[in-house]
Design a protein around this ligand. Structure first.
Ligand code: NDP
Length: 295
């Protein structure tokens, strides 16, 4: 039985952060401003609070200034729009991230579209989505960009490779498919209405699983030697009563015996997301100040 290479997302993410840190040091020595990230959290969702704290800690480590805005759960849409507008105008802020989900009284799309596209480090603004699709410089959503970076590190050129993206969300599936297409892969986008998903998967040299269904992708769905990128983060009951554990969208124990390389959960795509966010803040800062950005 073969054994896939297990991709160490923590190690690659550390490389990305180190590259961001060194670029910031060089730019600062040349008199560039301190890159700044504003993170806005509405409400007290514990998972989001942990995530935001982690982002701020990582930002500080690479030399990015972070500004935290914790707003009460009853914040109105107008109040949040007002804050976004102030951040759009704030010269110390180069990246704005509004943590999702937002409370029901706030239209999330309206907020995302209010963020200035040049500061849209999540890459969710229709301007950046359009740029990604049509070509040209764009801020790209962090999780799919992290997947693309890992795929290129593993495979080099993706040109002509068959790729399947499982999931068509705006934050993962659709931008992932566009990024793969931009690299000249032959891309299939699958979703809940796709017929014979296992057979579609078996044709793919690259499988990106982003469905939010614990261990849905089985070992016999994977083409021998394929690259498997597991975006899913699912919490399921553990063997020990009362405990839980994290699993991906791929049945790892099965797939690892078939794939050529695979990301684990946790420790695969997850750590890449924050590292790419920091990279996006640096990119946004460089573009806003007409400074060179090393891709
Ligand atoms: P969404 O729920 O927005 O989208 C899920 C997609 O999967 C939909 O397009 C849906 O199809 C499709 N889908 C659901 N069930 C099936 C099925 N049985 N067969 C085929 N397709 C199916 O999820 P997200 O894109 O936001 O997230 C996906 C996963 O990635 C989640 O586990 C999430 O936690 C994780 N995630 C991880 C991140 C990280 O940093 N590692 C960041 C973001 C997300 P349809 O459109 O037809 O309904």
């Amino acid at each position: 039985m073969s054994q896939a290479k297990i991709i160490d997302g923590n190690a690659v993410a550390a490389d990305v952060r180190a590259a961001v840190a060194s670029q910031i040091t060089i730019l600062r020595a040349g008199g560039a401003p301190l890159p700044g990230l504003a993170v806005v959290l509405v409400g007290a969702d514990p998972a989001s609070q942990v995530y935001v704290r982690n982002k701020n800690k990582r930002a500080a480590e690479v030399g990015i200034n972070s500004f935290e805005h914790y707003l009460p759960a009853e914040t109105s849409e107008a109040e949040l729009l007002g804050l976004v507008e102030r951040l759009n105008l704030d010269p110390q802020v180069h990246g704005i991230l509004v943590q999702l989900p937002l409370p029901a009284q706030i239209d999330a799309q309206k907020i995302l579209e209010a963020i200035h596209p040049a500061k849209d480090v999540d890459g969710f603004h229709p301007f950046n989505v359009g740029r990604l699709v049509t070509g040209g410089p764009a801020l790209v959503p962090c999780t799919p960009l992290g997947c693309l970076l890992l795929a290129k590190r593993e495979l080099g050129s993706l040109s002509g490779k068959r790729a399947i993206v499982l999931g068509r969300s705006n934050i993962v599936g659709k931008p992932m498919a566009q990024l793969l297409l931009r690299e000249s892969a032959t891309v299939t986008i699958a979703h809940s209405r796709t017929h014979d998903l296992p057979e579609e998967c078996r044709r793919a040299d690259i499988v990106v699983a982003a469905v939010g269904r614990p261990e849905m992708v089985k070992g016999d769905w994977i083409k021998p030697g394929a690259l498997v990128l597991d975006v899913g983060i699912n919490r399921i009951p553990a063997a020990e009563p009362g405990k839980t554990r994290l699993v991906g969208d791929v049945a790892f124990a099965e797939a690892v015996t078939v794939a050529g390389a695979i990301t684990p959960v946790p420790g695969g795509i997850g750590p890449m997301t924050i590292a790419i966010l920091l990279r996006n803040v640096l990119e946004a800062c460089c573009r806003l100040h007409d400074l060179p950005f090393a891709e």
